[in-house]
Design a protein around this ligand. Structure first.
Ligand code: GTP
Ligand code: MG
Ligand code: ZN
Length: 353
């Protein structure tokens, strides 16, 4: 989008529509002059469903084509400029949830402009700490605020100790427990999703994401009994934005597999704040925490202040980053286009297009 022709939306009617679409401050948004401002709720191949406002603040939801020249490929949650049934520009993304693309060389943006990433993990079976940790990293990487939602609490006898366990895997992240069956925790969750908040639910297939949406809204979007392995059957097959009665906006997306999780270094430092902090006391600044002399991290493991599992997770995540970096280098994507106020500028360079 050329900055010279970008304008903030005008008029209280328009602002009202944009707030109802999840913007806490419409004056911070940018759209092309001479177009209508809107938000993508769902993408179908080469078209997108967009809810947009005309100059008078009248709202319309319509299927829009993509202009031939478009700065980014639209995803659910994108703010877009609409003209004559076409998306003519995608506004700069404040935050974005990302994962590797189909051919492993791209990064796929799954959802844009999020305030909160709900990391949804069920606790009716043994808590999957590895998955929780990786989802936490991905959530941090998005630039939005992660909140862990431990679902299916009705199926656990040991909720409190599971919460303690989870807290170690995602230090500094708020944790909610919910049951879509009994309604436990749903009010607290609703409290997070007030006007001006856009949230996405990130979790494995069968974690109970769509059920949360239904519990929040009293709707009946399709959910499905989990198969024994829990793999390979997705009840939700598209990413769709829902406007909640609590005023916020919630994105339901298909389940993500452990295999799909990618990370950037920024998310890691926050997700592994315990290790980052200890690392400051390592003798060498480039310590690998792997047999290096004077390593404070390994010392902490040895004297029991840091669980070994944390260090092992950190190593696994580092190995993943090294792989991703090599892949990124191969794509030779320029670092020219940067957002004006970027929490995560590199996302623009990595969009597959
Ligand atoms: N006991 C219990 N079961 C639940 C709860 N929430 C969801 N389930 C069940 O778990 C299964 C999967 O729930 P979904 O909401 O479809 O899961 P999802 O995360 O949306 O799955 P995908 O759309 O495939 O990603 C369904 O059979 C739900 O009835 C809960 O709080 N308690
Ligand atoms: Mg679902
Ligand atoms: Zn070290």
């Amino acid at each position: 989008m050329e900055s010279s022709s970008s304008v903030a939306p005008e008029g209280e009617g328009v602002a009202k529509v944009l707030r109802s679409l999840g913007s806490s401050d419409p004056t911070q948004l940018e759209f092309l002059a001479g177009s209508n401002p809107g938000r993508v709720s769902i993408v179908h191949g080469k078209t997108a469903e967009v809810t947009w406002s005309d100059e008078g603040g009248r709202e319309t939801t319509s299927t829009c084509q993509f202009a031939t020249v478009l700065n980014l490929r639209p995803v659910a949650g994108d703010w877009v400029s609409v003209r004559d049934g076409y998306i003519v520009a995608v506004s700069p993304r404040r935050t974005a949830l990302r994962r590797p693309g189909a051919n492993q060389r791209d990064v796929q943006v799954m959802a844009a402009n999020l305030d909160v990433v709900l990391v949804v993990v069920p606790i009716d079976r043994e808590l999957n700490l590895l998955l929780l940790e990786r989802l936490g990293v991905m959530a941090w990487d998005s630039g939005a605020r992660p909140v862990v939602v431990l679902t299916k609490s009705d199926g656990s006898q040991i909720v409190d100790s599971v919460v303690d366990e989870a807290r170690l895997a995602v230090p500094g992240v708020d944790i909610l427990t919910t049951s879509s069956q009994s309604g436990h925790g749903i009010r607290e969750l609703r409290g997070l999703l007030h006007e001006g908040v856009t949230a996405v639910m990130l979790g494995a297939s069968g974690a109970g994401k769509t059920s949360l949406l239904n519990a929040l809204e009293g709707t009946s979007e399709v959910t499905r009994a989990v198969s024994r392995t829990g793999e390979g059957r997705h009840a939700t097959t598209t990413r769709r934005l829902y406007r909640l009665s609590s005023g916020g906006v919630l994105l339901d997306i298909p389940g993500i597999r452990l295999l799909d999780l990618m990370v950037g270094q920024e998310g890691v430092d926050e997700a592994f704040a315990d290790i980052t902090e200890l690392a400051e006391q390592c003798r060498f600044s480039d310590c690998h925490h792997d047999g290096d002399e004077g390593c404070a991290v390994e010392l902490a493991v040895a004297n029991g202040t840091l669980p070994l599992r944390r260090l092992e997770s950190w190593r696994a995540v580092q190995a993943g980053i090294a792989t991703n970096d090599r892949l990124k280098d191969r794509t030779k994507i320029s670092k020219r286009r940067r957002a004006p106020k970027p929490p995560r500028p590199d996302e623009f360079d990595l969009d597959p297009d």
